[in-house]
Write a protein of this length. Structure first.
Length: 422
């Protein structure tokens, strides 16, 4: 393949002509780390302690002590002796992972101030020997596809994958020639990360608002008394319901049709409406009498496994027998029922029949007691308020997905030099 002008073929892939390839062993000192498990940690120790599991689950790119101090457990003073304390710019690499995605995941230390922190179990603590890499750039090294491929190739293990110190020292890092260019890349990636964080925070805030609004609007009592105009009814008096049916697996033609099939696993994906455009539903035929078709607008209610999860069918669907299809009468607004049932998930999980797994049956659901406005228009008004909040959350999730896609493209282009900022 003909190389683009200004680029060269290196040992690990195509990079700009003026970029360097430097190994972890050449650029970093490897400092001693502790090996204490979580059972040796507490909240009242002398120094903070970084466990490799926290790198996998809590942080991306950076361990910023302005944001994460409260997330760290501690270790006693006598157990801290002999280990290097963290400094800004240090890189902590997890040496073990349960999947390929997490192999070699690392975080750069920021804003540590005067805090005393040591790096612990299944981590390597790396400190720059020389000032080749700008602070802020180190945290993104592991995201570089040219680096990650080397981690994946050198990882060992079956159920748990690891990277040895010897192999880590061999891994080559493509580095822009100046700290200014490195900092420009780091700043651009930091900006997109901050956008992602702000969107995530806003989504969580909207979810909290929704939860509080739902509790207020669906609360049937005022001053200890049932609200004026509210009534108490059994769900079975306001709706018709029946279970879906699972076809015989031996009828292969059933599995090659054109009708959307909702399995119990689909009920855990979240969202008010299930349809073929936003869910990966299996397309099935109707070659078996066990299959039941529920029309658009049916409330789908999980009775096994994902107990209490519910959605509304946005298209006509078939379901397994683990899902109850509920069709409301004119006295019950469908959207109101969805939010009402959604608000009762924790209660429902406690009342399910106990066995191999907790479950409900049709009779139990028919006997659910609903406390609701007698006026269907009032039910609809409540549902519309909650629907509007859901729409805001959905719109923010679309923005978040877009932001993550933009970041992925930036990582692939900026860290490999396909796009230059300076």
């Amino acid at each position: 393949m003909e190389l683009k002008k200004g680029y060269k073929q290196s040992e690990i892939g195509i990079i700009p002509e003026d970029w360097y390839l430097i190994s972890y062993g050449e650029i970093f000192d490897f400092l001693p780390t502790a090996t204490y498990s979580r059972s040796k940690l507490d909240q009242n120790g002398y120094s903070d302690y970084v466990h490799y599991g926290d790198i996998h689950t809590k942080w991306n790119h950076f361990l910023d002590f302005n944001e994460t101090e409260s997330e760290l457990q501690k270790i006693s003073e006598d157990k801290s002796v002999g280990y290097s304390t963290l400094k800004d710019g240090d890189l902590i690499v997890a040496d073990a992972s349960e999947d390929y995605e997490g192999i070699g995941k690392s975080v750069e230390v920021k804003n540590i101030g005067s805090k005393i922190v040591i790096s612990g179990l299944h981590t390597y603590l790396l400190r720059s020997k020389v000032d080749y890499i700008a602070n802020g750039f180190k945290g993104y090294i592991h995201s570089n596809t040219l680096v990650k491929k080397q981690f994946d190739r050198l990882a060992t293990g079956l159920k748990v994958y690891g990277i040895t110190k010897t192999n880590l020292k061999k891994i080559l890092i493509p580095i822009p020639p100046t700290n200014d260019e490195q900092s420009a890349i780091a700043d651009a990636l930091s900006d997109i990360d901050n956008w992602i964080k702000s969107l995530t925070s806003l989504i969580n805030k909207k979810k909290d608002i929704k939860q509080g609004t739902m509790q207020k609007l669906l609360n049937p009592y005022e001053n200890g008394q049932l609200k004026k105009g509210w009534i108490v009814k059994k769900l079975g008096d306001l709706a018709e319901m029946e279970s879906g049916g699972t076809p015989l697996s031996s009828i292969s033609a059933y599995y090659n049709g054109s009708f959307p099939w909702v399995a119990i696993s689909d009920m855990t994906k979240g969202g008010k409406v299930i349809n073929t455009t936003d869910r990966s539903l299996t397309a099935l035929g109707l070659a078996n009498s066990a299959a039941k078709m529920f029309p658009t607008g049916t409330v789908l209610y999980a009775m096994y496994a994902s107990l209490g999860e519910c959605s509304i069918a946005g298209v006509s669907v078939c379901t397994s027998q683990a899902i109850l299809g509920i069709r409301t009468t004119d006295d019950l607004d469908t959207d109101f029922l969805y939010y009402y049932l959604s608000s009762k998930k924790s209660i429902v999980k406690k009342i399910g029949q106990q066995g191999t797994q907790s479950n409900l049956n049709k009779g139990m659901v028919q006997n659910f007691i609903l406390k609701l406005p007698s006026d269907v228009d009032e039910q609809s008004d409540i549902a519309n308020i909650l629907t509007d909040i859901d729409a805001e959350i959905a719109a923010l999730k679309v923005k978040l997905t877009k932001a993550k896609q933009i970041k992925q493209g930036m990582v692939q282009n900026l860290l490999t030099g396909k796009i230059r900022l300076i």
